[in-house]
Design a protein around this ligand. Structure first.
Ligand code: SF4
Length: 93
C-alpha cells in the first residue's frame, strides 16, 4: 500500500475528499479507516465485517454516515454501513 512521508496509508481520493468534508473530523486523531483503508473497500465478507466493527468506535461515525448519504456513495463501508450501487435508489424510495 502506498504511504506518505509519515508512513500513514494514502486513502482513495474520493474517501479522502469526503472525510475532509466532515466538519468535525478531528485533525489530531487517527481514524480507524486511516490505518488500513483498503479494508473499507474490500469485497471479502470478513473484511467488511471487520471494517463495520471498527466504525462502531469511530468518533465521527454519524457525520461520516451522513456525508456518505449526501455524497451518494455507491461502494465501501461508511459510518458502519455498506454502500452499494443500490443504496442511492433505496434511500430515494
Ligand atoms: S465511521 Fe468508519 S468509514 Fe467513517 S471515518 Fe470512521 S472509521 Fe472511517
Amino acid at each position: 500500500m502506498e504511504t506518505t512521508d509519515h508512513a500513514r496509508p494514502v486513502l482513495p481520493p474520493r474517501r479522502l475528499a469526503l472525510l475532509h468534508a466532515i466538519r468535525s473530523l478531528p485533525r489530531d486523531r487517527c481514524l480507524p479507516c486511516w490505518v488500513d483503508p483498503e479494508l473499507w473497500f474490500s469485497t471479502d465478507p470478513f473484511d467488511k465485517l471487520e471494517a463495520m466493527k471498527d466504525c462502531r468506535v469511530c468518533p465521527v461515525r454519524s457525520e461520516c454516515l451522513a456525508a456518505a448519504f449526501e455524497a451518494g456513495e455507491t461502494s465501501g463501508i461508511w459510518g458502519g454501513q455498506e454502500f452499494t450501487a443500490h443504496t442511492p435508489e433505496r434511500l430515494a424510495s
